[in-house]
Design a protein around this ligand. Structure first.
Ligand SMILES: NC(=O)c1ccc[n+]([C@@H]2O[C@H](COP(=O)([O-])OP(=O)(O)OC[C@H]3O[C@@H](n4cnc5c(N)ncnc54)[C@H](OP(=O)(O)O)[C@@H]3O)[C@@H](O)[C@H]2O)c1
Length: 348
């Protein structure tokens, strides 16, 4: 299958390494396009090892944009790995749309299109008979959507709650060990867990985008990140955490969505089109002994509430980059019809 990679940063390079090492027989990358680091195309297949060693050659005057490359390149699938824009989902939405309209499947790790425009893009994919897959958009490659898609046939997801932003979880954990909010953010930046500008994480934007993506796919919510009630962790102090601990609790940035009235009497967030749905991100006290209370550092957790299977909890333990690239690979293998492990397995 011929692939176009839109974005060649951490995830794109990791995916290229996996393809070059293990999947050269099944996938051929025919174009790579980035924002500022150059582009490359070769209909016979790009030498990925060479690009991983030597780069893309830097910015080139007059180089085609991602949209031009998607429109003009013969390929079966586009992999959307460009930078997330939490405030509009663009230009990734345009990339996904252009890919589908030119008859290409899409795999995206960029959650913008799913959080902002899932319903329309999924309908377009159905209309043109192509797949739109996105397992890596929430909890990296850990199966979340695939659990619901393949493991819960006939079952309805009625809500969810989770800790889905590892940067804030790490910051809160550091604060619990003593130290101010600012010191914990600086430590997270030193460790590489927080960006130079940590606003999108600490103010809850990244988490709200994940809530919108999950609610749109699993609950048909049709919301955007702006419709998620959002409160970040900037106001949380070491004293708040100490007070919580004295009560056998801790503070976590909790993400959730559920029908209004379920377990509480609050109304939906301002601007929410779905007045029946509560979608929210906020720092909240949770018992230290609970599943959420025990989630350390960069680990994530998601509990799906279902009508027939009760609550199902998925934990992703301290992810590495490879998990995100794996999620993309898993989606690609799904598109080419590769089956899961063969059982019974041969004896080792
Ligand atoms: N890192 C993770 O663990 C992880 C986990 C889950 C999901 N994701 C999502 O996966 C995507 C990729 O993440 P990453 O960590 O690889 O990001 P990254 O290292 O920042 O790389 C982003 C890439 O996108 C390119 N790009 C930006 N705007 C573009 C445009 N308009 N057209 C074409 N290329 C463009 C950048 O090119 P230049 O650098 O040349 O501008 C760069 O190659 C993001 O949407 C992210 O939210 C990442």
């Amino acid at each position: 299958m011929r692939l176009i990679l839109v974005g060649f940063g951490r995830v794109g390079r990791d995916l290229a390494q996996i393809i070059a090492d293990q999947y050269r027989d099944r996938f051929k990358v025919v174009a790579i396009v980035t924002g500022r680091h150059g582009s490359l195309a070769d209909p016979r297949g790009i030498d990925l090892q060479a690009v991983l060693r030597g780069g893309l050659g830097g910015p080139q005057a007059g180089a085609p944009s991602a949209l031009e490359v998607i429109d003009s390149t013969e390929a079966e699938a586009v992999i959307e790995l460009s930078t997330l824009n939490v405030f509009s989902g663009r230009p990734a939405i345009d990339h996904v749309e252009a890919a589908l309209k030119t008859g290409k499947h899409v795999v995206t790790a960029n959650k913008g299109p799913i959080a902002w425009d899932y319903e329309r893009l999924a309908a377009l994919a159905r209309q043109v008979g192509r797949r739109l897959l996105f397992e890596s958009t929430v909890m990296d490659g850990t199966p979340v959507f695939n659990v619901a898609r393949y493991g819960l046939r006939g079952c309805r997801v009625t809500g969810f709650s989770g800790i889905l932003n590892s940067t804030t979880n790490y910051i809160l954990a550091r604060m619990e060990e003593g130290g101010s909010n600012a010191e914990a953010v600086a430590e997270a930046q030193r460790q590489g867990f927080a960006e130079a500008d940590p606003t999108l994480d600490v103010e809850g934007w990244d988490a709200a985008t994940k809530v919108a993506a999950l609610a749109n796919v699993l609950m048909g919510a049709g919301i955007t990140p702006l419709m998620v009630e959002r409160k970040g962790i900037t106001g949380v102090t070491a004293a708040d955490l100490a007070a919580a601990r004295a009560n056998g609790e801790t503070i976590k940035l909790v993400c959730e969505a559920h029908p209004a009235g379920e377990g509480e009497a609050r109304s939906a967030g301002a601007g929410s089109a779905a007045s029946r749905l509560i979608a929210r991100v906020e720092p909240r006290r949770v018992p230290l002994s609970s599943d959420f209370g025990r989630i350390p550092g960069t680990t994530s957790i998601l509990t799906l509430r279902t009508d027939m299977m009760g609550d199902i909890t998925i934990v992703e333990h301290e992810p590495a980059l490879t998990q995100t690239a794996y999620g993309v690979l898993n989606d690609l293998l799904e598109i080419i019809g590769e089956e899961g492990p063969k059982w019974p397995r041969a004896k080792p």
